[in-house]
Ligand binder design. Structure first.
Ligand SMILES: C[S@@+](CC[C@H](N)C(=O)[O-])C[C@H]1O[C@@H](n2cnc3c(N)ncnc32)[C@H](O)[C@@H]1O
Length: 409
């Protein structure tokens, strides 16, 4: 720990770093780019560790993709107190380079975990502002002195923030960075697409919960229609202002629902996909939305109240999928959209889905490793990857959203 190594940097890896080697050992290096020569300070690992983690503190040979970070908190920790924020992984790379790095990581995950060679292009999300001003939902941690901040990578420390250019201007207009949050452990700021910015302080004592969590409204406008959703301010909603509409448009395009179709919407949240799908399948069709969070289910029922063809089931997908017989009878399922958390759906869920023989499965994924793994399980059950699109829905970070289209092989 703390030792400086001179390294030549190799390809990017999943998680916001690049891979290098030192005396035969793998070193995962943050704040560098492929092809660079850097001085990297070891941040994790020792003599007997299988691999080391390090942070590039000086660049000897810079990549042509390197740019000066906009934010003083980006990059490795520096002696003047700047740097060290774990929020942005790639602010030192140009935006086109960030997208190439993300594409390489997605392609590598599919190659390694599904044995597929997939050409990947990471597309910008419409409305993106040069990769900044996109975080409409931020949970800031609070320092002992009451300042809002974010954590360094892989650390419980806290960096009080003076600026955060990836946050939406409406998040910063709440003056969250200037206020004193001494009585709070964290503070959530939510800038919904339809309504005022909301600030929810989270009490210091973990046993206490915020007294009231407001409900915010989100509007999704696509060429095919407009939908409005109520969402708990602390519940799940896509963070980039252009993401929800982009994903709805793509999911509807690839599923191409017909009147009378039976659709499963798994990990449904407040019904982002269920509403447009219900409209498309009409009253003779059905959409069964399965969601584990009770508050999200309540909002999904409110959001879909005018569409009796939507049934919201509260429960874990893993268990509910097995007992859907009563809703579906012996009929097969025509279409599936699933949007699981980072851990993915897993082998059993993918097997159960494929067994119902849908025409198309649209898999919306916030983790490329999970979707690659789950694609491999679907391939074991007679499905193939027909298309893969990837979106830069979290610019400056290593996160990337993918939509995989699986069809019967
Ligand atoms: C990535 S979000 C997607 C939500 C929604 N599709 C959207 O885009 O707004 C994943 C959702 O899955 C839910 N979830 C997580 N694990 C689950 C499980 N095992 N079974 C059911 N729902 C789960 C979470 O509560 C969350 O709402």
């Amino acid at each position: 720990m703390g030792t400086d190594l001179e390294l030549t940097i190799g390809p990017p890896a999943h998680g916001g770093f690049c891979v290098s080697r030192h005396e035969g050992r793998v070193v995962f290096v943050r704040h560098t780019l492929p092809g660079e020569r850097v001085i990297a300070r070891v941040t994790e690992g020792g003599e007997s560790s299988r691999f080391l983690r390090a942070d590039a503190v000086a660049v000897l040979d810079a990549s042509p993709d390197r740019v000066e970070p906009v934010c003083r908190h980006a990059g490795p920790p520096r002696t003047d107190g700047s740097g060290g924020c774990g929020g942005c992984d790639w602010q030192h790379a140009s935006l086109p380079a960030q997208r190439r790095l993300a594409a390489a990581v997605v392609a590598e995950q599919f190659q390694r975990l599904a044995g597929l060679e997939v050409p990947v292009v990471v597309q910008p999300v419409p409305g993106d502002v040069a990769g900044f001003e996109w975080r409409t939902r931020v949970e800031f941690a609070v320092s002992p002195s009451g300042r809002a901040g974010l954590r360094p990578a892989r650390s419980h420390d806290l960096i009080p923030l003076e600026e955060c250019p990836i946050s939406h201007p409406r998040v910063l207009e709440s003056l969250v960075l200037q206020a004193d949050w001494r009585d709070s452990r964290a503070v959530d700021v939510i800038a919904p697409s339809d309504g005022e910015t909301v600030v929810v302080p989270i009490p210091r004592r973990r046993a206490e919960q915020p007294r009231t969590v407001p409900i915010v409204r989100e509007k999704v406008t696509t060429p095919a229609g407009e939908w409005s959703y109520a969402v708990s301010a602390r519940g799940f909603w896509q963070v980039h202002p252009g993401a929800a509409a982009t994903f709805v448009t793509r999911v509807m395009e690839v599923l191409a629902p017909r009147h009378g179709d039976r659709v499963l919407d798994l990990y449904a949240g407040v019904g982002l996909f269920a509403l447009p799908l219900a409209e498309a399948v009409g009253e003779t069709g059905s959409v069964i939305a399965v969601e584990g969070d009770a508050i999200a289910c309540k909002q999904a029922r409110v959001n879909g109240a005018s569409q009796p063809q939507i049934t919201v089931i509260e429960g874990r997908v893993e268990t509910e999928l097995a007992s859907l017989g009563s809703q579906l009878g012996s009929q097969p399922v025509d279409l599936v959209v699933l949007d699981p958390p980072r851990s993915g759906a897993g082998r059993d869920v993918m097997a159960a889905l494929c067994a119902r023989g849908p025409r198309v499965i649209a898999y919306v994924a916030c983790d490329p490793a999970a979707v690659a793994r789950d694609t491999a399980y679907a391939m074991e059950h007679g499905y193939r990857l027909a298309e893969l699109t990837a979106y830069d829905a979290f610019p400056m970070t290593h996160h990337v959203e993918c939509i995989a289209v699986l069809v019967p092989a």
